[in-house]
Design a binder for this molecule. Structure first.
Ligand code: FAD
Length: 417
């Protein structure tokens, strides 16, 4: 197994890993060996798309992105079982060739299945769960180096899925799949904030998956509606909620998947960004908070109060939705959710200064932070908004009493002792 020294940074360069060692496993046996022969603690590393030290360790980072993903499709069960290091985009291509699909994708297809599901990465859709809700089984190397498999019927499975790396090194993941489908993306620019706040469901419910792009001081927002073509959404109006339909992409960039109402396979429409392109900006910071969808208008009004301080440091805000789920540490646990996202310019000091104020504004709505993005939540505040946090802490402690997979980040969040 190849071993290389750090330094290594997160994809966006927002954190330099302190780990003195990184092990690039090419087989499950190598993962087991690396855990058994560890010097100090261990953490799994995915494709490094989180924005802070969540995956970091003072011991050894192990990545399974080099293990043959060897997908296995079970058409009867409607599942695919695949190596956890595979990128969503690569799995999507493999599935599409066989006529199958995932229910949703994140904005980018570059993230690993194991890393994305570990943090409850989501796309959008009022009726669509986060990507983690598609997980039907997990295979992982535990703190003793043993290989364990779990299925959806196993006790506490809902506590294992969004694990933040605390259960061990996930080697294979089983995901629900469905027959392939076509999607069209239509963008509308010029919907007023007042219209959005007056009836957000009319916007977020206007497609299979809907994203609102906004700046807080502007009068209007833009919307991308992703509709399954088979659902009779063939003809969309040229004007909608006072806004015109755009024939050109919302942002003039080859990095974005095709818009303009052209139907295409799900994998080329559900993510915003193409697999072969650099997603988003690159030199950026991200933050995201999850509030109950019913509180959406009030929560957005509260953040708008800070708009003139936010916008100078903002690339764009994106608003998305996710259906309630039962995964203990999911951002959408127990409540239909509105996700309020910020792509920031690389202004770390200004962003760090703004986050406490944004979090104060969202506190009345019991906002939860995205685990992979910048936030300033204390352990106490997290426990107040995540009803199953103490159950998760107990589960992780039971699985890994010596804290092999613990790190400073999980300790700060109160998820490890
Ligand atoms: C440009 C950009 C766009 C994004 N868009 C979205 C979006 O649309 N929606 C959204 O919700 N988030 C989004 N994110 C955030 C991103 O999806 C999450 O941070 C995700 O967890 C990153 O996955 P990763 O494979 O890079 O994992 P990493 O960042 O490498 O790791 C994340 C966590 O997963 C654990 N982990 C990784 N691999 C394994 C494994 N094999 N076994 C056990 N644990 C493992 C790590 O220990 C760590 O705790 C975006 C990030 C970027 C940079």
């Amino acid at each position: 197994m190849a071993a290389s020294p750090a330094p290594l940074t997160t994809w966006a360069g927002t954190h330099t890993f302190a780990a003195p060692r990184i092990a690039h496993a090419t087989s499950v046996e190598q993962v087991q060996d690396a855990v058994r022969s560890r010097e100090g603690r261990v953490r799994a590393l995915g494709t490094r798309h989180s924005f802070h030290d969540l995956a970091d360790t003072d011991g050894t980072l192990i990545t399974v992105t080099g293990v043959d993903p060897a997908p296995v499709l079970d058409e009867v069960a409607g599942t695919v079982t695949v190596g956890g290091g595979i990128r969503y985009g690569d799995l999507a291509l493999w599935l599409e060739e066989r006529g199958w699909a995932l229910h949703n994708m994140g904005s980018l297809p570059h993230i690993s299945v194991a890393g994305a599901t570990a943090t409850s990465t989501h796309g959008s859709g009022n009726t669509l769960g986060t990507l983690s809700t598609a997980v039907r089984g997990l295979e992982f190397v535990d703190a003793t180096g043993s290989l364990r498999t779990l299925g959806a019927n196993d006790t506490d499975f809902a506590g294992y899925v969004v694990h933040l790396g605390a259960i061990g090194i996930v080697t294979r993941v089983t995901l629900a799949v469905e027959p392939s489908y076509l999607v069209r993306q239509d963008a509308y620019a010029g919907i007023s904030w007042d219209t959005l706040l007056g009836d957000p469901e009319a916007v977020t419910g206007s497609g299979y998956s809907v994203s609102v792009f906004a700046r807080w001081t502007h009068e209007t927002v833009a919307v991308i509606r992703k509709n399954r073509v088979s659902e009779g959404s063939g003809d969309l109006p040229e004007t909608w909620l006072g806004a015109g339909r755009l024939l050109a992409p919302i942002i003039d960039s080859d990095a974005w998947t095709e818009q303009g109402g052209v139907p295409g396979p799900w994998l080329h429409r559900m993510p915003h960004f193409k697999l072969e392109s650099t997603p988003s900006v690159g030199d950026e910071i991200q933050t995201e908070y999850f509030v109950p969808r019913a509180d959406g208008p009030d929560a957005l009004r509260a953040v708008r109060e800070l708009g003139s301080r936010i916008d100078p440091h903002l690339v764009v805000t994106e608003l998305r939705t996710a259906a309630a789920d039962d995964l203990w540490l999911s951002g959408a646990y127990g409540r239909d959710t509105l996700a309020i996202h910020f792509t920031w310019l690389p202004h770390p000091d200004a962003v760090a200064g703004l986050l406490p104020d944004i979090e104060r504004a969202l506190a009345p709505f019991d906002a939860r932070p995205h685990w992979g993005k910048w936030h300033r939540f204390t352990a106490e505040r997290l426990a107040a908004v995540h009803p199953r946090l103490s159950d998760s802490r107990e589960l992780f402690a039971r699985l890994d009493p010596d804290g092999v997979f613990a790190n400073a980040h999980l300790e700060r969040l109160g998820l490890r002792g």
